[in-house]
Design a protein around this ligand. Structure first.
Ligand code: ADP
Length: 473
């Protein structure tokens, strides 16, 4: 843990495991409510001097952290692969993506503009200033264990807020590595604090109820996000929530089915499907279903699961046993209710894979609305294909979910692309594009996928208050 500029390495600890091998790879401090409270107090004590620094000073520190992160890209990626499981190449990409947020918000720090507004009274002037919201508590997930931290810390620190972060209990080592970078970059003591804990609940209670915390930013499941938002409501804390998704991937029959199937095979199996923007229902117009499935199956059959440190493996393990059980339950349920299994469909246990949490890359077709996989977020390597006939129907089916994070559309028809883009109730839409994300672009969901946006110009607004001055002259 890193509180008030000091590393705490004694006291009770908890183990961290490699999900590919089951090996213990480290021990980290098991923080308590007392630690969370101390971290919040340290952030409070550091706030007035941190927000009084110029934007240029805050920006310089973020630039330095960006440089340090890139210079350690390989070491950080190896740590991420050991702790979280994704293939090393994907970890390298994530570290770059994480560093992008530090760079983007180093730049945005200097663009926190206010405004003057004309008044109806000749003796009056209105001045609007943006000010940091104060102490920010952040809770981050294990699936993107470095970039989800910089996506919150970057804008919070740029805005002049001080922070306390609790990472996921399965990936605290990546969080520690990020905070070592912040320390080396020279952020003052108390500005960024880290509390690791094996049980998130007691820490969550402190974050949601401590009156000094003015903002809670969370990435994780919808259930936990709702719980934290409710617990923060009595004090009307500001909240940002980046929650679950259930992305539709629509392939119209004017699209090239081979190109679209390649797109699905790339985006669906990224991070072993453990992404909130992972396609969960793949709607394919019936006329091109056959060539689409043929390409998808052959691509999926060629994917090899295993330890992400071996470059031959493109699919890493799931994070834990519970994740394997959930995925398997959805696959069994779909098959029982009439889905056709085209590839995969079982846990992998041969060639040493039994030590980790591996599930075979799977393709199901004829998936229908009565199946769990059609409604529940999967977070696993399962491509669930739903044939459709008509444009209006598919838009209604795509929107028929409580989630609204990401969606994907493949079509060569511009009018149809625009119509679909406008009608889908999702915050992020890839049109013939499987990677509609960037530090420069606003990321976030509608409906029960969340509140607020991360990255982009909007990202820093989440950490700012608007203050109005009415001046009589
Ligand atoms: P997942 O199911 O994908 O693990 P979670 O929403 O459980 O997603 O976890 C995301 C983050 O939320 C993690 O850092 C986890 O420790 C934290 N978390 C889970 N439950 C709580 C809680 N009751 N209070 C605070 N944080 C929590």
């Amino acid at each position: 843990m890193y509180i008030n500029g000091e590393w705490l390495t004694d006291g009770p600890m908890f183990p961290v495991f490699n999900p590919a091998t089951g090996e213990e790879i480290g021990q980290v401090p098991d923080g308590t409510q007392h630690d969370a409270t101390r971290a919040i107090e340290a952030a409070e004590a550091a706030l007035s001097s941190w927000k009084a620094e110029t934007a240029y000073t805050r920006s310089d520190l973020l630039y330095r952290a960006h440089q340090l992160m890139l210079s350690q890209q390989r070491e950080l990626a190896e740590l991420m692969t050991r702790e979280q499981g994704k293939p090393l190449k994907a970890s390298m990409n994530e570290v770059k993506y994480a560093a992008d947020f530090l760079l983007w918000f180093a730049e945005e720090a200097k663009r926190v503009y206010g405004e003057t507004i004309p008044s109806a009274r000749s003796d009056q002037r209105f001045l609007v200033q943006k000010q940091p919201i104060g102490v920010v508590a952040a809770v981050t997930p294990w699936n993107y264990p470095i970039s989800m931290l910089t996506r919150k810390l970057g804008p919070a620190l740029a805005a002049g807020c001080t922070t306390v972060l609790k990472p996921a209990e399965s990936t605290p080592l990546c969080a520690i590595a990020v905070f070592k970078i912040l320390e080396e970059a020279g952020f003052p003591a108390g500005v960024a604090n880290l509390v690791t804990a094996s049980d998130p609940k007691p820490i969550g209670v402190v974050f949601c109820t401590h009156p000094v915390v003015r903002k809670l930013t969370f990435t994780g499941s919808t259930a936990v996000g709702k719980h934290l938002a409710q617990a923060s409501a009595p004090q009307l804390k500001r909240v940002s929530m980046e929650l679950g998704g259930h992305a539709p991937f629509i392939v119209y029959d004017d699209a090239d089915p081979v190109h679209a199937a390649k797109g699905v095979s790339l985006v669906k199996f990224l991070n072993t499907g453990q992404a909130c923007i992972s396609p969960n229902r793949i709607f394919v117009q019936r006329r091109i279903l056959e060539p689409f499935l043929e390409t998808l199956k052959s691509r999926v059959d060629a994917l090899r699961a295993g330890d992400g440190m071996d470059p031959a493996n493109s699919i890493g393990p799931l994070i834990n046993e519970a994740a394997v059980d959930k995925v398997d339950r959805q696959v069994r349920d779909a098959i029982d209710k009439g889905a056709t299994l085209l590839a995969g469909g079982a846990r992998l246990t041969d060639s040493g894979l039994d030590k980790g949490c591996f599930y075979d890359a799977t393709v199901l077709t004829n998936v229908s609305p009565d199946m769990l996989i059609y409604r529940e977020e999967t977070f696993g390597p399962i491509a669930a294909v739903v044939p459709f006939d008509d444009e209006d129907d598919v838009i209604a089916m795509a929107n028929d979910t409580r989630y609204g994070l990401a969606a994907y559309v493949y079509t060569q028809n511009l009018a149809r692309a625009l119509r679909t883009f406008e009608q889908l109730q999702f915050g992020i839409i890839g049109i013939n594009d499987i990677n509609p994300t960037s530090a420069a672009a606003p990321f976030g969901g509608m409906k029960e996928s969340g509140l607020g946006r991360e990255g982009a110009r909007e990202g820093i607004e989440e950490y700012l208050e608007t203050k109005l001055g009415g001046f009589s002259i």
